[in-house]
Design a protein around this ligand. Structure first.
Ligand code: DX5
Ligand code: ZN
Length: 232
């Protein structure tokens, strides 16, 4: 059983208004904030790092009554290097890329030792099979639906068999999709079994972000209900 979790990607926010934009997302019903960390090495772009996560955490303190979860997507080489910093800055979950590490199990242990949840992402060209032996250690798997590095790209429907294969094997696992998710593409992702939806452009550029978040959530919930997997 899993919940529908909607995670707006702050890469699509106006960085000059980051704090306000984050409050706006939680006020609009976001469950998590998706924080895209890019190092200009693992991906051909640079976004933000621990100092900004730390400022955001001061703006949005950890809370058990209000949504405040920071889902940190680490598009970085040597992901081992940043675990301590991201934990100190206030990250709740640390998603590393399978392609960036030679010892994913040791990395998961390090992340957990630092009090964060651990997740592993695969780029479009990486087989989903690599996640199977890791699944028992993970809190979440991320199937990228664009090449990591930039917001606003086109969703790759050909990634959906990966999601479906994961869901068939792991009915209780958080499975995230990231890249190009919105009104047109959410039905395919939900049908494949994704329950954690990252959405940057579609939510931030929506006239009514609350309505977009609610549409994404209800589409996922309907699919999970059909599969008998919805944890209410
Ligand atoms: C891409 C990032 C995504 C991105 C999604 O490298 O990992 O999280 O912000 O943005 P949209 O929803 O605009 O594709
Ligand atoms: Zn991301």
């Amino acid at each position: 059983m899993v919940k529908a979790i909607i995670a707006p990607s702050i890469l699509a926010s106006n960085f000059a208004n980051l704090g306000c934009d984050c409050h706006r997302m939680y006020d609009s019903g976001a469950d998590w904030l998706h924080v895209d960390v890019m190092d200009g090495n693992f991906v051909p772009n640079i976004s933000l790092g621990p100092p900004i996560i730390s400022s955001l955490r001061q703006e949005i303190p950890k809370s058990t009554t209000k949504a405040s979860f920071f889902d940190c997507h680490m598009m970085v080489a040597e992901p081992e290097k940043w675990v301590e910093e991201v934990a100190k800055a206030g990250g709740d979950q640390y998603t590393f890329h399978y392609e960036a590490t030679s010892d994913p199990v040791a990395l998961v242990k390090l992340i957990k030792q630092h009090g964060m949840k651990a997740a592993c992402a695969v780029k479009p060209g990486t087989s989903v099979d690599v996640l199977y032996p890791l699944a028992e250690y993970l809190d979440m798997a991320l199937v990228m639906t664009v090449e990591p590095g930039f917001g606003g790209q086109k969703f790759m429907p050909e990634m959906m068999p990966k999601v479906a294969a994961l869901r068939a094997k792991f009915p209780n696992m958080n499975i995230q999709v990231d890249g190009g998710l919105g009104k047109e593409t959410i039905p395919a992702a939900a049908a494949a079994g994704a329950n954690v939806i990252v959405a940057g452009t579609s939510v931030f550029k929506a006239e009514d972000p609350a309505q977009m978040i609610s549409l994404l959530r209800s589409t996922v919930q309907d699919s999970l209900t059909e599969k008998g997997l919805l944890d209410k």
